[in-house]
Design a binder for this molecule. Structure first.
Ligand code: TPP
Length: 281
């Protein structure tokens, strides 16, 4: 990737964060923490790596993204909106009964590939999609994003075994390793040590990316796609709540509420980071 592309993806990630904050707004609960930790990954996937086109959301040749940690869907809506899958006005009506965008991913929403939210299910869905694409001899690739807290769900380990058993290599999974889940540190709530060894022993190639570095994410996606005969996992080192100082590395903003002052500060910090990036560029 050249410097211009890198700067574009960095700026896009900040725009996605801004969209998420606008969706959450003031005085309402919203999943800021696990959404913002994925901003760079969403920017790289949707604006660089994936073959998708908002004008043809059901094109059978498209790449698929399954957000297994479905509670973080605001960051996916942020990207889909920027790509033109639905009008920007829908962001304002998120989670309202008359709106298009629900609190968790739903198949009625253009660009959403799977209903998720009950943690642990997305990898099974992704493996099924990848196998179907292989049967149909389509070159499309499937991406699945899981959380680190989500690793305690048994179903995903069944899917992990199935993927390696069937040598699924048209699928790349991610773990958003932000080390905090809904109620506290993942290590305190439910310890999941030796993630790399676990996934290796389940037959996966395991890669590590700096999850807020668009170059590192893009390079690892390229590597993952080139692996043949087995599935690949990219572990993303991230910060929960990234981009808003008081919300970083805390479970408070997993699904927290911004009051007026906090909301203003959050918007200010995102704007400042965007401006600073522009100045450096
Ligand atoms: C089966 C299931 N159990 C519990 C929950 C409630 N829940 C929603 S988010 C969450 C924490 C997820 O943590 P993690 O996977 O680390 O996501 P992140 O911190 O990246 O947002 C939990 C337990 C759920 N959605 N599904």
């Amino acid at each position: 990737m050249d410097d211009q592309k890198i700067r574009h993806l960095q700026a896009t990630a900040q725009q996605l964060r801004r969209n998420v904050l606008e969706m959450i707004g003031i005085g309402k609960a919203g999943h800021w923490g696990g959404s913002s930790s994925l901003a760079e990954t969403m920017a790289v996937l949707y604006f660089h790596a994936m073959r998708v086109d908002a004008r043809e959301p059901c094109n059978p040749a498209r790449d698929r993204l399954v957000l297994s940690k479905g509670h973080a869907v605001l960051i996916q809506y942020a990207a889909l909106c920027e790509l033109g899958y639905f009008p920007r006005e829908e962001l304002k009506r998120v989670k309202s009964l008359d709106g298009l965008l629900q609190g968790h991913p739903d198949l009625t929403i253009p660009g959403i590939e799977a209903v998720t939210g009950s943690l642990g299910q997305g990898l099974s869905i992704g493996v099924g999609m990848a196998l179907a694409l292989r049967l149909e001899k389509r070159p499309a690739h499937v991406f699945v994003i899981m959380g680190d807290g989500e690793q305690s769900e048994g179903q995903l380990w069944e899917a992990a075994m199935a993927a390696s058993n069937f040598e699924v290599d048209n699928l790349t999974a991610f773990i958003d390793l932000n080390r905090i889940q809904a109620t506290g540190h993942t290590d305190e709530v439910f310890r999941i040590p030796d993630l790399v060894q676990k996934w290796n022993s389940f037959g996966w190639e395991v890669l590590n990316a700096r999850g807020h570095d668009v170059t590192s994410i893009a390079e690892n996606i390229d590597k993952a796609r080139s692996i043949k005969g087995k599935p690949a996992l990219i572990i993303l080192e991230t910060i929960k709540g990234k981009g808003v100082s008081f919300a970083e590395n805390t479970a408070t903003y997993h699904n927290g509420v911004f009051d007026d002052a906090r909301f203003a500060q959050a918007m200010h910090e995102i704007a400042l980071a965007t401006d600073m990036r522009e100045e450096v560029a």
